[in-house]
Design a protein around this ligand. Structure first.
Ligand SMILES: NC(=O)c1ccc[n+]([C@@H]2O[C@H](COP(=O)([O-])OP(=O)(O)OC[C@H]3O[C@@H](n4cnc5c(N)ncnc54)[C@H](O)[C@@H]3O)[C@@H](O)[C@H]2O)c1
Length: 364
């Protein structure tokens, strides 16, 4: 008896084609659809399924309901040789993010360091996409964004801060880099969504239910639950994640002149504009030393060469799990998707009269 496949392989360029056609079908210019596709395909290719195709329905809904303007182009409101204040004009976060980091890179190449703050934007995907734009230009890069409130602060009961990610990247030799890209909650909310799609439980420590009790159930989370800060409860130093999330909101919400904390619109069911803020920093390490990439590679090999506690689990540095996932995609000739996301994308294709993604079933 033949079993229904549960995993499928889709070539990255086919995923990109699909995303662009979906966005064009709802009136977005192809170049903006392509910017969105670049960030979503990068997320799935790195194994962050929370921020790839899993988010496409959200972007489509936002553009269709005009909560986000799919065709807006960002503008520079104010600038100095090493800073810029950018208005995303309620456009796609990926379009704003790429624009701002490109600007930061150009400025840093002239001045040594640049900082760009972006206001009036939308969800921009994986923060690491932007810090990696900097490392690929030989620069140290950083990016952060505020997001809708989902995190319960230490000692609090209500969600008042977002999953506010931080991405910090530093270039090593031969294209290697250190790439710390993390939510300041225990995990990105998209990981709860992915488990919900697959109908599998979440580990203890990610979230609490509506009464503040630990939960492993995605349905209990969806029914008024909250995410825990990175570090979990007060006893396990969750206040550090809470502090980092607040720092992100200082640099993205307070600094951009937009809403912050619980003043940001709700994550679901709120039709108003997201009005998010982002920050982007690029630094040319040669303003300090000439052998930064060699020294970075030295640090990373010292860490990777540590004796592991379990012989089959080597010590990694941030960015390695994603690099391994990218290699797997290359070897397989495609990104592996769970049947739940393929089915959801087929429904999107039907609703927009777009050709479904070509795929092959993957036998594990
Ligand atoms: N745009 C938004 O609103 C938003 C909000 C939250 C998160 N995100 C994105 O979601 C993605 C997932 O975030 P997350 O916090 O769930 O990621 P995660 O917990 O999977 O990984 C966080 C970091 O830890 C590193 N890491 C993982 N295992 C490691 C190991 N064994 N040794 C050393 N380093 C290791 C990873 O390389 C990564 O840099 C990120 O790309 C983030 O930018 C976006």
């Amino acid at each position: 008896m033949s079993r229904t496949p549960i995993q499928f392989l889709v070539a990255p360029k086919e995923v990109k084609r699909f995303i662009i056609e979906c966005m064009v079908a709802i009136g977005t210019e192809a170049k903006h659809g392509a910017a969105l596709a670049d960030t979503l395909v990068a997320a799935d290719g790195r194994g962050h399924y929370s921020h790839g195709l899993n988010r496409l329905e959200m972007y489509i809904k936002e553009v269709k309901t005009k909560a986000c303007d799919g065709n807006a182009t960002p503008t520079i409101v104010k600038e100095t040789p090493s800073t810029a204040f950018v208005d995303a004009r309620n456009g796609l976060g990926s379009v704003a993010g790429i624009f701002c980091m490109q600007l930061a890179i150009e400025k840093a190449k002239n001045t040594g360091i640049a900082w760009v703050t972006c206001a009036h934007s939308n969800h921009y995907g994986i923060a690491g996409f932007y810090s990696q734009m900097a490392t690929r230009s030989g620069l140290v890069g950083m990016s952060m964004t505020n997001t809708s409130p989902l995190m319960m602060p230490t000692r609090g009961k209500k969600e008042v801060l977002g999953t506010n990610p931080i991405a910090f990247g530093a270039p090593g030799m031969d294209g290697d880099d250190f790439m710390l890209d993390m939510a300041t909650t225990a995990v990105a909310v998209g990981k709860v969504e992915v488990n919900h799609r697959k109908q599998i439980p979440i580990p203890t420590g990610w979230a609490v239910d509506k009464d503040g009790k630990d939960t492993n159930s995605t349905s209990e989370y969806n029914d008024g639950g909250k995410l825990l800060p990175l570090g979990g409860r007060e006893e396990t130093s969750g206040y550090k994640g809470y502090g980092l999330a607040t720092m992100v909101d200082v640099l993205c919400g307070v600094m951009s002149g937009g809403p912050y904390g619980e003043r940001i619109r709700k994550w679901t069911g709120d039709p108003s504009e997201a009005d998010l803020g982002h920050m982007f920093m690029a630094l040319d390490p040669s303003v300090f030393i000439n052998d930064f990439p060699t020294r970075m590679s030295g640090l990373m090999s010292d860490l990777r060469n540590q004796q592991p506690a379990e012989s089959d689990k080597p010590v990694l540095v941030a960015g390695d799990p994603e690099r391994m996932q990218e290699k797997l995609v290359e070897q397989d000739g495609g990104i592996t998707y769970h049947v739940s996301i393929i089915n959801a994308m087929d429904q999107v294709a039907d609703s927009l009269s777009v050709q479904k993604m070509e795929r092959t079933s993957k036998h594990s």
